[in-house]
Design a binder for this molecule. Sequence first.
Ligand code: SF4
Ligand code: MG
Length: 325
Amino acid sequence: NQATLAVHELDITFHLPEGEFYALHNISFEIFPNEVVGIVGESGCGKSLTAKAIMGTLPQNASITRGNMIFQNRQLHQMLDKDWQRLRGNELTMIFQEPMNSLNPVLTIGKQVSEVLKRHTSLSKKERKQKVMKTWKEVGLPRAEALWKAYPHQLSGGMCQRVVIAMAVIGQPQLIIADEPTTALDVTTQAQILDLFQSIKQNYNNALLFISHDWGVIRRICDRVMVMYAGRIVEQGDVDKLMNEPKHPYTKSLLQAIPNASKRGQRLYTIPGNVPSLQERKTGCPFYERCPLKMKQCEAVFPDTYTFARQTVACHLFAKEGEHH
Ligand code: SF4
Ligand code: MG
């Protein structure tokens, strides 16, 4: 079974007036067909930047300084603009938090969804409309004829996100990246959209990279999860196992910070301190300042990654127990 996407030892560097700074460091992971992989972490840890690196939409002042990404046998970092135009929005698609930002306010919904097919297929106008209608059915969009002529502002947030999802799946992509796709929605709509993601996985056999800061969402939708901190993957593994038996002190702190209905009235646990900025990152463990279990060697030396069955953890605490990498 071949990975849909394989990211190997990727470094992303920001070129700032003050110097060069690692934004992502030594990122390696794979996503297989039919798999949902989550990325979880606080904001500023590199979740969205990882998505941008894969999509080839890094900011001007950032670049790949080491490693590679292989998507369906193609080296993404070596692709030309014309290759990207074929790939992006077709085989490799992205869904963002705010659906309104992905829709053009002055174009009808029908026009903008069928535009995706116009760009990437040779279907006739009539065939495009049929395909759009079929896709709308699959993503739970009712009253297709009325929707065809509607404008984005006439739809609810949840409907807009379904339209965006329709645009993301219509070309039968191999990989969809969703960056906090339910964060802007109310709780009921959020649950419906998560159900939709689950049915998409079954219907389209694609791989899904799902970025969220919400463990409830991660547990519900993902098979595996990666925990990012300050531009590093500090832990990864199967979702249930990792959430039941977190190993990395950061993962443990994040899980303790989950709002818990049974603890109502108690103060929510938050992790003291902040994610270090790009300029503040040093050579040691990036979690050093905030880690309740830090040891002497953690300050100067970045920990190696240790493997326990299907779980990996980058922390000096596991130097004796795990299999060394
Ligand atoms: Fe804490 Fe040290 Fe592990 Fe970093 S390496 S998470 S500072 S114990
Ligand atoms: Mg983000």
